[in-house]
Design a protein around this ligand. Structure first.
Ligand SMILES: [Zn+2]
Length: 257
């Protein structure tokens, strides 16, 4: 199989006590060929870069997560630019985006940090890994203002068909995650049944977002195959077509062989 876990926080999974080597072996056995590990902020870049260096199946992204913006974000953006300028080994910018769910009154700072990362993505021709909660209209507006030639992924997408299509029309892909394994996520499941397959990619968002049936367990990249199984039930295409097309989209986006 040729499954791609396009959003997996291996470093946070290790912090929860999971053995990295074991998790990667089990992921391989489950058919996972590649894992993309997003940056959170400057504090995890070195760790995940090292994972990518040590393991051929791991790639990493450099970025500042909206929930990790702080008074040091501006300095971190300077470092990010310097490293991109020097030809950093990352395959994307992210995880970046807007999270207005927690009401931390830092919407302005989040917006600034996102815009800077969108500009870096365009300047250095990299795709973006986007995180968005309670800010879809704000994000769509920014994506129109700062277009991305290389596109990106709206990770862990939940929502209506109409909303998802707005991102697809902006040239983005949607990340299919554990939410579709829950029967109660009917709106999202209906939407994923209809989106164009070539604009969808798989993810686990491990160690968070436990799948249905695994609540209380630490999520891991091997569970990408369970996301696939739930997805197959929503679609008319064969398993082979689904894995081939989604893997092709992910490989093309990140320019990985
Ligand atoms: Zn994430």
């Amino acid at each position: 199989m040729n499954l791609m876990d396009t959003h997996c926080h291996l470093d946070l999974m290790v912090q929860k006590g999971i053995n990295l080597e074991q998790a990667l072996v089990e992921a391989t056995q489950a058919g996972v060929a590649k894992i993309i590990v997003p940056g959170i902020d400057a504090s995890n870049w070195a760790t995940i870069k090292q994972y990518a260096k040590n393991h051929a199946m791991v790639e990493w992204a450099i970025g500042i997560h909206p929930m990790f913006v702080s008074e040091t974000s501006a300095d971190q953006l300077v470092v990010m630019r310097e490293r991109l300028e020097q030809g950093e080994t990352c395959v994307a910018i992210g995880e970046c985006g807007l999270d207005f769910y927690h009401g931390r009154n830092d919407e302005e700072r989040q917006t600034y940090v996102l815009i800077e990362q969108l500009k870096l993505a365009q300047q250095y021709q990299l795709p973006v890994l986007l995180h968005v909660r309670k800010a879809h209209q704000e994000l769509l507006k920014l994506l129109k203002k700062y277009p991305l030639t290389r596109g990106g992924i709206v990770h862990g997408f939940t929502g209506s068909y109409e909303l998802g299509m707005q991102y697809i029309q902006q040239g983005l892909c949607l990340g299919v995650g554990g939410s579709i394994t829950y029967q109660r996520a009917q709106k999202t499941r209906d939407a994923f049944a209809r989106f164009p397959l070539e604009r969808l990619v798989f993810e686990t968002d491990a160690p968070d977002m436990p799948l249905y049936g695994y609540q209380g367990e630490v999520n891991q990249p091997k569970f990408a195959k369970d996301v696939l199984s739930s997805f197959i039930l929503l679609r008319n295409e064969t398993e082979q077509t689904i894995t081939q097309k989604t893997a092709k989209s992910a490989r093309k986006m990140f320019e990985i062989g």
